[in-house]
Write a protein of this length. Sequence first.
Length: 395
Amino acid sequence: MTIGHEVGATITLQELEHDPYPTYERLREAEPVSFVPAVGLWLVTRHDDVKRVTTDPETFTAATEPSTLNRTMGENMLGMEGPEQQWIRAITEPPFRPRDVEARTQGMIPRLAGELLDGIVDRGEADLFREYADPMSVRSLCFMLGLDEVPWQDVLRWNEGLMPGLANFEGDPVKQAPADEAAGALHAAIGDVLDRLAEEPDGSVLSWMLHHEEGGRRMSRDQIVGNTTLMLSGGLQEPRDVIALTLWALLSDAAQFEEVRADRTLVKAAVEETLRWAGPVGTATRQATRPVDLAGVHLEQGALIGAVLSSANRDPRRWTDPDRFDIHRKEGAHLAFSAGTHFCLGAWFGRHLARVTLDLALDRLPGLALMPERPVTLSGWEFRAPDSLWVRWAP
């Protein structure tokens, strides 16, 4: 059976950026594997097909050509496959294990959250996206990586500059130019820190990557810079957006918000449901290594594929009433952090950061509520996030 691509041909980048979920629903039902000219990808939208694509690297490789990841960040493990990817993963994974994260941070995350809340608590209103989630994410990760000597505002600005390039599947040079400029500045800053760490090793992730040997060799400078850029991109954007999206989802549902406020063990469930329902990272990009049939569609060798994680996480074949946000959902693991050999390296760190940050905000901001006169709007399909989160509380 061969399925047509009439729906894919009509999809625009604008509708994906505005709200991709209605489009994903149409694709899941009519064209679960569909070529979308607007983004130059075959979008795969059903859960089981996405799971297959992300867990079969021999058929669907992450070492794509072209690669928005490698083009924007430099060569990195998310844009690689095979023994070299596994070797880099073996070096970079240990510092992100729970015990190692706790040893490195030593209470830094709650301290930082407390400092940020101290700065706004008496005002009674704030944009928690820009004044809380943003600095929590960037400052925590910079400390973890060993970039805390670099002004966090610069790191945040460079990271925001990278985002259009990472989502530039259509190869638009106008979108790529600021991403390349941001990458150049960030790479230079990382290089300066590496120069210091060469003589003064510390307990940071950067120091570990620079000095650790695996299989009798160390990572090159270029490998460290490219993979640090990857860690910054994912580690800043996803936890920040999960914090903001979870607060927005809860504050939009008074009953569930009160449940979580009263029972903090539900914070974990709220974070996980947000990752499923409104995951900040939309796709995992792969390329067919050989001719293959997927969901009744024949893909030629070299076909570029967007395995749509956010669509898989709302597939009614996998989830009950999937468009509903439900903190009591007990239907197993989502795909927000992808799957297989490219499962997100910082998943535990991101989850931990989001939970602590949310829990302390609920403690310190009584009567927390959205400001209807400053409504939240979301955008993006590859990276989906609110533009702000204006709230008020009883100071």
